[in-house]
Design a protein around this ligand. Structure first.
Ligand code: ACO
Length: 429
């Protein structure tokens, strides 16, 4: 196979190198194109065909439905590993040995408390504030409490400390954002519990009763967090990388990633799916009406939880989550009618020519909301759960970008506005 590509422009041929990844993916390196051609650039709205970086973290093959973190299959990790092990794997490149894991867990446990003044900021939010907005603000606010984190070029020890702090404090802040919304007092972390148990307790315990964490909930959460932990250069991860490329701190880069994740076309889809299924249920379960709406180009409605920029066959995370949804609902003895609606909708869509021809399949978020609901997690917290899961992926990608000394992210454009024109005085406009 050739290791260069040729571009013929105005009769002149330019040779561009081809780079190849470890899974034989190939890309034309256009980084010198402008210099070679005297200013011609490329255009690709939505970056549908643009590789922004070389990365050794996550491999996915959208045609074959493969997803691997650092070489390990998502199926195996979801079945056998823990979220903190996977976080270590993503961030530091290998699964931790026993000693590394013990240190990693105890470092994280040591930092679960957040500064009491964070509570003052939390109190300033209206009680009905969406927890994603609260979370993004409070994560950004961490920069005020840890000013040394502002300089990502400081020692690696400082970067590692920022990493441990954000992984440790995110569950506390996320649970507090929820408590603020429902007007309950916040819970402090319980360091005798593991990561998922502690989060669930902070979320659900009240001063009125003794709370015991149901292992069905903590095991389900462990699996869901692993499944969401990284997904290479998606919208929020690219946001984290591009913000970090200006040498912004880890906390501010992650805060930006949270905002990007919030949108309904990305992480916000899990909330949108349940709202859609509820609406279908309220309409008497008329799935056909909603499939027709999704297919109608004059109607902005989309089938939420369906379709993916990269997966054009199936989303391997959706396969695992669909099975987990059955399992969790059975174990918890929950009979949720929206699960039936979801199954019916999926079955009908998968037989429909519109969805078949466009290769639209359920994505990770089609069934995740059903599990969260069965766990008693309110709808507006679903994207917060996704945030908890995606955190190690964002950190790993931010760290890789910094270690590779990547230049500041700054895309080009093709200008289509007015040509030069003289200023008009107010009375002449
Ligand atoms: N319902 C109906 N039609 C759809 C859907 C959908 N969910 N998704 C894509 N299409 C159609 C588009 O209208 C388009 O049709 P056309 O070729 O006739 O114009 C075609 O399929 C291709 O869709 P694009 O929007 O070009 O695909 P893109 O890769 O840009 O978008 C996305 C991917 C945003 C995920 C899209 O499928 C979508 O909006 N899905 C619903 C929201 C969702 O579930 N998001 C979560 C994604 S997973 C995640 O971020 C964790």
């Amino acid at each position: 196979m050739s290791n260069t590509a040729q571009i013929i422009l105005d009769g002149k041929t330019y040779e561009l190198p081809i780079i190849e990844g470890t899974e034989r993916e190939r890309a034309i390196d256009i980084s010198k194109l402008r210099a070679l051609t005297g200013g011609v650039t490329t255009i690709d709205p939505g970056y549908k065909n643009t590789g922004a970086t070389e990365s050794a973290i996550t491999f996915l093959d959208g045609e074959k439905g493969i997803l691997r973190y650092r070489g390990y299959s998502i199926e195996e990790l979801a079945e056998r590993s823990t979220f903190l092990e996977v976080a270590y794997l993503l961030i530091y490149g290998d699964l931790p040995n026993e000693e590394q894991l013990t240190t990693w867990k105890s470092d994280i446990t040591l930092h679960t408390l957040v500064h009491e003044e964070i509570k003052n900021i939390l109190d300033g939010f209206p009680s009905n504030a969406h927890p994603m907005g609260v979370l993004s603000s409070l994560i950004s606010a961490l920069t005020a409490f840890y000013p040394k984190s502002l300089d990502p070029n400081r020692s690696m020890d400082q970067v590692d400390l920022s990493i441990v702090r954000i992984i440790a404090k995110m569950p506390t802040i996320a649970a507090w954002a929820f408590k603020n919304e429902i007007g309950h007092p916040v819970n402090y972390p319980d360091n005798t519990l593991n990561y998922c148990e502690n989060f669930i307790k902070m979320l659900f315990a009240t001063p009125a009763e003794i709370y015991h964490v149901d292992p069905v909930l903590s095991n389900a959460l462990n699996k869901l967090l692993i499944l969401h932990a990284d997904h290479e250069q998606n919208c929020s991860t690219s946001t984290v990388r591009i913000v970090g490329s200006s040498q912004a701190s880890l906390y501010s880069s992650i805060s930006a990633g949270i905002s990007a994740l919030w949108g309904p076309l990305h992480g916000g889809a899990n909330q949108a799916v349940i709202e859609m299924l509820e609406e279908i249920k309220a309409s008497g379960g008329d799935t056909k009406k909603y499939l027709d709406k999704a297919k109608d180009k004059n109607d902005p409605f989309r089938l939420m939880g369906f379709g993916h920029r990269v997966y054009k066959n199936f989303d391997p995370r959706a396969t695992i989550i669909k099975k987990a949804a059955d399992d969790v609902l059975n174990k918890l003895g929950v009979n949720d009618p929206v699960l039936e609606i979801a199954r019916g909708l999926e079955e009908a869509a998968l037989k429909d020519e519109y969805f078949i021809s466009r290769k639209l399949y359920p994505n990770v978020d089609f069934y995740s909301g059903i599990i969260y609901r069965a766990m008693g997690i309110p709808t507006e917290m679903f994207t917060v759960m996704f945030t908890l899961g995606r955190l190690p992926g964002w950190i790993a990608q931010w760290k890789e970008m910094r270690e590779n000394n990547e230049p500041i992210g700054r895309p080009r454009q093709i200008y289509t506005g007015h040509n030069s024109r003289p200023y008009m005085e107010l009375g002449e406009r």
